[in-house]
Each structure stands twice: as structure tokens, then as C-alpha cells.
Design a protein around this ligand. Structure first.
Ligand code: TXA
Ligand code: MG
Length: 396
């Protein structure tokens, strides 16, 4: 992973609408009676200003190595409530608490098993969230009323500097509206949340590009609730019996239980608004399925977009397909890093149908496979359907 040592000093972008914007009776962005105006001193450094806003109860988005987070002081239940309002996220979906130092895990969680410290030593700072018993210092609203809490020590230096400047852990979901694609740039954050938050710290594009792996250590054996930047294979080096996420043919009861354990893990998530079909095929078979699907959809008069590795782009462009390239087909980290920005860009083209194919769900490929599947609404499409007689379905 990039060590971010070359990152420029972040810029603080103030949300364009008055930060005290009220929707109905609820102030979304911050407390109406904030005494101090932390923005009064424009010469203060951006992290200090962002920290002052957060301490006063406002919402500030910030970069992490995975995606941008929408932060509030985790120990302030009123500030945390504003996160749910700004995102229009149901209160049943728990938030991850971000810390800047390993020792802070003790403030956030209790009854921490030895393996949590081993995992933290090995993978933090980095894209791994550990679900542990919740400490009473973390208010229930953060954990959707549950007795567990997700904890993560992010690798991005701006995130850690911000948490240290605030002097408290930050609750932060991805900084997008509920069910939208997660943001990997500050511009993505403002596209979703401008006017609903106080500010965003712009630290450039995110290096990993998909969310952290969420590992539940309150379950025996431990289980991966969401695949992400730390792979299941890496986790199994320390926890050989760790269970994987997203079984290919999940039983309905297993799905129900998974949703109860990780309420954010709905089958449809991270979704563009244009219908996306992801063929259940990789490599040459995947390439052939996307080409066949594109020919049929174009033949039916549809505007078609495709999300493919670089070497598949030319043939599709020649057909008249709008193409977003994800990078070299063998560069998994790059394909993953570019996925969300490519989805957002394609979604803005006004196509009738978007096409992609799957990737082998191994290593980082499991996260890529999982996010593509969710963006497609929860299901992969059999590659045979690309050539079948039925007209391609288009969302109303
Ligand atoms: O990479 C990330 O994890 C990003 C950055 C900002 O850190 N954050 C993020 O947060 O993706 P969010 O809220 O968009 O997704 C958190 C996921 C949700 O699926 C939620 O249900 C799950 O983690 N989660 C959080 N706390 C949990 C808990 N106590 N038990 C089970 N699942 C939990
Ligand atoms: Mg999210």
C-alpha cells in the first residue's frame, strides 16, 4: 500500500450551502447554537479547523486509504445522529469508530481477545475493521443499539492527524448518501452531501478504493462480514478458521443471518442509478460475454456503457459503447482502486444499460467481485444470457 508520504497538505473545502442548513426541524450539519466559529480564522491549518468543527459537533468528511469517511465525534450522540440524517441512513446500520493509535482500542472496545491485538499489530494502520464488544464510552447510537462496535485504525495520515487533533475517536461511515457508491475523492463527497455537512478535507484520491474488510471477532469462529482491502487469505494466516463472506450460493437463512449481523450488507448496495449487468464470467469468457451483451443491447437501440480492463476497451469503443477503463487486467489493486470512480463516471453518461464481467474472487479479487455483484443489485448474470433471445432488461 502507498505510504502517502508524498501527499500534499489537505485542503478544507467548506460545504457550499450555509453549514447550519436546516431540513425540516432537524439541523443536519451542526448544532444551531455552536458558540465558537471555528472557520473564523482562515489562516489556521486545515486539520486544526476541521478538528474544531468536529469538536463543536459538526460533520466533516475526511480521506482514508479506503474511501472518504463522514466523521463525527464518536462519543457525542447528538453529532453521531447528524451522520444518519445527512446520509439518510437507517439507524439500524452501525458505524465504524476510527482511532489514531493502537492503544485507543481499549477506549472503544472491552474484553478484547489477544487475537485482536495480533491482528491490529499486523494489519493496522490499514483497511481492516474489527468487530468487538462495545465499551460503554461509545454511545449505543454508534452501534445501532447493539453491544458490539466496529473499530479501525486508518492508514491515511490525514485521517490519523485529524483524529489526534480532535482528541477523540471519530465515528465515520463512507461519505455518500445511503445506498450510493462510496466516494474515493472529495468531489464525490460533495456530489452527494454538499449542503448537508460542514466541510470535507481534500486529501486526494483514495489508494485502496473499496471499503475496509470487516471481521467479526465476537463470533466463533471469526467471520469476515465484508471483504475489503485486507484479504481473507491474509487474515487466515493469523486466524486459520476464519469464515469467508458472501457464499456464492447463500442459503436464504444464511443471508438473513448475515444481514442481521452486518445490517449494512444488503445485496443491493454501492449501486449506480443506471441498471448494471455483471456477467458471471472472468477472463476471455467475461470479455466475450460483455461483447455479446453489448452487441445485442446496441441492436435493440439502447445506449450502452461498459466497465472493463484496459485491453477490452478498444473492441467495445469500436462498437459505439461508452467505456470506462479500470486498468491493466492483471493489476487487481488498480482495478479495485478505480472501480467506484469509474462507476460514478459511467453513471453520469445517461446510458440505458451498463455492462461488466466478474473477477476471480481470490485475494483482493473477492472485494472486487463483491462490490460488482452488489452494484448489479445482488446477482451476477449467467454469461449465456448475453446471447439469449430475451431482450435485455432495462430499469423503468
Ligand atoms: O473503509 C471503511 O470501512 C470506510 C472508511 C470511511 O473507514 N467506512 C465504511 O463505513 O465503509 P460504512 O458505514 O459505510 O460501512 C460499515 C460497515 C457496514 O456494513 C456496517 O453494517 C458494518 O460495517 N458494521 C459496523 N459496525 C458493525 C458492528 N458493530 N457489527 C457488525 N457490522 C458492523
Ligand atoms: Mg458505506
Amino acid at each position: 500500500m502507498s505510504d502517502h508520504t508524498t501527499d500534499p497538505i489537505p485542503r478544507l473545502l467548506i460545504s457550499s450551502t450555509d453549514a447550519s442548513v436546516e431540513l425540516g426541524a432537524t439541523s443536519l450539519a451542526g448544532p444551531a447554537d455552536a458558540e465558537a466559529d471555528p472557520l473564523a480564522d482562515p489562516l489556521a491549518d486545515p486539520i486544526a479547523r476541521a478538528a474544531a468543527l468536529l469538536r463543536a459537533g459538526w460533520l466533516v468528511a475526511f480521506p482514508t486509504e479506503t474511501v472518504y469517511g463522514l466523521g463525527a465525534v464518536a462519543t457525542d450522540p447528538a453529532a453521531v445522529a447528524r451522520i444518519f440524517a445527512a446520509k439518510q441512513r437507517p439507524l439500524s446500520d452501525p458505524l465504524i469508530v476510527h482511532i489514531a493509535d493502537l492503544d485507543a482500542m481499549r477506549l472503544v472496545a472491552r474484553d478484547i481477545p489477544p487475537v485482536a491485538w495480533e491482528l491490529a499489530e499486523r494489519f493496522w494502520p490499514g483497511p481492516l475493521t474489527l468487530v468487538l464488544p462495545r465499551s460503554s464510552r461509545i454511545p449505543p447510537i454508534v452501534a445501532a443499539g447493539g453491544d458490539t462496535v466496529g473499530v479501525r485504525l486508518p492508514a491515511h495520515p490525514v485521517a490519523r492527524a485529524l483524529i489526534r487533533a480532535v482528541g477523540a475517536p471519530l465515528a465515520a461511515p463512507s461519505a455518500n448518501r445511503f445506498m450510493h457508491t462510496s466516494p474515493t475523492t472529495a468531489a464525490h463527497v460533495l456530489a452527494d452531501l454538499d449542503g448537508r455537512i460542514a466541510a470535507v478535507l481534500d486529501g486526494g484520491p483514495c489508494a485502496v478504493g473499496v471499503e475496509s474488510s470487516v471481521l467479526d471477532l465476537t463470533h466463533q469462529p471469526a467471520r469476515l462480514l465484508r471483504p475489503g482491502g485486507v484479504t481473507l487469505e491474509q487474515l487466515r494466516e493469523l486466524l486459520p478458521d476464519a469464515q469467508g463472506a458472501a457464499p456464492r450460493q447463500a442459503e436464504p437463512s444464511a443471508v438473513r443471518e448475515m444481514v442481521a449481523r452486518a445490517p449494512g450488507q444488503m445485496p443491493r448496495h454501492y449501486a449506480p442509478s443506471t441498471r448494471l449487468v455483471v456477467y458471471d464470467a472472468t477472463g476471455a469468457a467475461g470479455r466475450a460475454a460483455v461483447l455479446a451483451g453489448a452487441r445485442r443491447a446496441l441492436g435493440a437501440g439502447l445506449r450502452v456503457g461498459a466497465l472493463v480492463p484496459d485491453d477490452e476497451a478498444a473492441a467495445l469503443t469500436a462498437l459505439g459503447v461508452v467505456v470506462e477503463r479500470l486498468g491493466p487486467s492483471d493489476a487487481l489493486a488498480e482495478l479495485t482502486r478505480r472501480l467506484y470512480a469509474a462507476l460514478r463516471a459511467l453513471d453520469a453518461h445517461g446510458c440505458d444499460l451498463l455492462l461488466a464481467h466478474s473477477f476471480t474472487p481470490e485475494g483482493l479479487g473477492l472485494a472486487l467481485w463483491d462490490r460488482l455483484r452488489r452494484a448489479a443489485g445482488g446477482d451476477l448474470t449467467p454469461p449465456e444470457d448475453a446471447e439469449s433471445e430475451a431482450e435485455p432488461e432495462v430499469a423503468p
